[in-house]
Each structure stands twice: as structure tokens, then as C-alpha cells.
Design a protein around this ligand. Structure first.
Ligand SMILES: O=P(O)(O)O[C@H]1[C@H](O)[C@@H](O)[C@@H](O)[C@@H](O)[C@@H]1O
Ligand SMILES: [Mg+2]
Length: 283
């Protein structure tokens, strides 16, 4: 039987690598000499430029109108964030924007592809590390061309948990986020980490470097590609309340096993986060 999505998968890897080169170029040539304020403008320009490169290349390859697109920058400009049955690309051109501004070495291009609302493949290019993480549904997960697998650590006390404080600085949310992190740290676990990008955090779970990642407040474009990569590396994906993973819910836990995931879930103080697909409908 023909494999309809192999060409799209191979092309996505190529496009992710090209986008990563663009990000490195912007980082080397422009950021270093910029003042803080103009750096922020540059970042937006870079995010938008890289997303245009990615979507432009995909439309040129697969035709206008045949596929749908959910991109962080296009949604920011008011485009719909609804997963249809059509072949849909879910794109974060620069995951770890703050890291990018500072040259902190975790900046990822995240490209996922879904058909009939099912994630078919995910590609995450950690462009400052030059590491290409990728996975197709049912065909395993890879970093560059080496197969990757989640950690086999079963003991929460021997686990590293990774999460992010996100972008909200309201006292109420920050308190909830850090009290959750404090409860998890004092289980105790072996350590708490954060790379500054959800996509990279999920690759660290998939490659066995850490045992679990959780976050409330992320978007579908941050986690869609990582969801395929973690699953294909033998990991599990859940909602922060222990229910089934929901791509549009803006919250998730992924881990090397249900045991570790459910132990973390016990400590998470949940706060509301507006769904990706509902928020846009309100506009
Ligand atoms: O706003 P950023 O600097 O890009 O960082 C985000 C990141 O993009 C996202 O993946 C999540 O990890 C958020 O917690 C970060 O704040
Ligand atoms: Mg992001």
C-alpha cells in the first residue's frame, strides 16, 4: 500500500533544517548588536519571517488550499486555530523565543502534521544544538538518524522532571506554578529542569534525558510535534488531571511511564487556561 505521507515527512525535515539556519543567521548577525527594545522587534520579525519561509515552502510543494495551516504567528494575527479533517500543518517557527534573544542554546523549529485530526508525524529541529528530532506514527522516534527511547527509570526519587514558568507574570499564576514545582521537588525528585521551550523539553523526555515534562499554558504548536516524538519513543501523554491528552487544551503531562506521569499529576495545582480552539472563536 502506498505511503501517502512519507514525502511530506521528508520535506518537513528539510524545511525545518532550512528554517533553523535562518534562525542561527538572525541570531549571529543581528541580535548581538541590538538594544533590548529593538531586539524584541527583531524577534517578532524573525518569528514571522521564519513562519513565512516554512508555510511558503509547504504551499509551493503541496499546492495552495490543499492543506490547512495552524501557525503561532498566523494565529497571533487572528487566523483560525481549529483542527479540521484536512491535512493540517501545526507550526511553531521559533520555540524558545526568549532563549533566542539571549543566545541561550535551546531554540527549536517545531513542525507537526495531522490528518483527520490524527497526528501523523512530528519534526523538531533544535537549531543551536543542530539536533533533528523526528517521528512518524507507528515508525519509532529518532534524533538525527539514531533511534531514541524514553528513560527506564521507574523510581520518582531518581527522576528529573522538566517544566516551565511560562510567560504569565501575574502573582496568582506564578504562585500556583512555583508551589507545584516546590511540591514536586520535595517529593523528592532527583532534580527539576527547564530548557525554555516545550518542544525541546519533550525531546528530552523522548531521548531519556529526563523522565517527565508538564506545563499549563502552552499552545498546540508548542507540543504537537513533541507529542508524536514522545509517543513513538515509548512515552505516555496525559492531561494534567490524568485524563486523555488533548492537543488544544493548553496543558499536558508527558512521561516515560504512566507511573511517573500519575505521580507528578498528584502534585499539579491546575489553573484555568483558555483552549486554543475556543479562544480564537471568541475573536
Ligand atoms: O515565549 P517563549 O520565550 O518562546 O517561551 C515559551 C515557549 O515557547 C513555550 O514552548 C513554553 O515552554 C513556554 O513556557 C515558554 O515561555
Ligand atoms: Mg513556542
Amino acid at each position: 500500500m502506498s505511503d501517502p505521507w512519507q514525502k511530506a515527512y521528508d520535506f518537513a525535515v528539510e524545511v525545518a533544517r532550512k528554517a533553523g539556519a535562518e534562525i542561527r543567521k538572525a541570531g549571529e548577525s543581528e541580535i548581538r548588536v541590538m538594544t533590548k527594545s529593538s531586539t524584541v522587534d527583531l524577534v517578532t520579525k524573525t518569528d514571522e519571517r521564519v513562519e513565512k519561509i516554512i508555510i511558503g515552502a509547504l504551499k509551493a510543494e503541496f499546492g495552495e488550499g490543499t492543506h490547512d495551516f495552524i501557525g503561532e504567528e498566523s494565529v497571533a494575527k487572528g487566523e483560525a486555530c481549529i483542527l479540521t479533517d484536512k491535512p493540517t500543518w501545526i507550526i511553531d517557527p521559533v520555540d524558545g523565543t526568549t532563549n533566542f534573544v539571549h543566545g541561550f542554546p535551546f531554540v527549536a523549529v517545531s513542525i507537526a502534521f495531522a490528518v483527520n485530526k490524527e497526528l501523523e508525524f512530528g519534526v523538531i529541529y533544535s537549531c543551536l544544538e543542530d539536533k533533528m528530532y523526528k517521528a512518524r506514527k507507528g515508525k519509532g522516534a529518532f534524533c538525527d538518524d539514531d533511534p531514541i527511547q524514553v528513560s527506564d527509570v521507574k523510581d520518582i526519587h531518581k527522576s528529573i522532571i522538566i517544566s516551565e514558568h511560562g510567560t504569565d507574570r501575574s502573582k496568582e499564576k506564578v504562585t500556583k506554578i512555583f508551589s507545584t514545582m516546590q511540591r514536586i521537588l520535595c517529593i523528592p525528585v532527583h532534580g527539576l529542569r527547564g530548557s525554555g521551550t516545550a518542544a525541546t523539553n519533550m525531546c528530552l523526555v523522548a531521548s531519556g534525558a529526563v523522565e517527565a515534562f508538564f506545563e499549563i499554558g502552552i499552545h498546540c504548536w508548542d507540543i504537537a510535534a513533541g507529542a508524536v516524538i514522545v509517543k513513538e519513543a515509548g512515552g505516555v501523554l496525559l492531561d494534567v488531571d490524568g485524563g486523555p491528552f488533548d492537543l488544544m487544551s493548553r496543558r499536558m503531562v508527558c512521561a516515560n511511564s504512566d507511573v511517573i506521569a500519575n505521580r507528578i499529576i498528584k502534585e499539579i495545582e491546575i489553573f484555568p487556561s483558555e483552549r486554543d480552539d475556543i479562544a480564537i472563536k471568541k475573536k
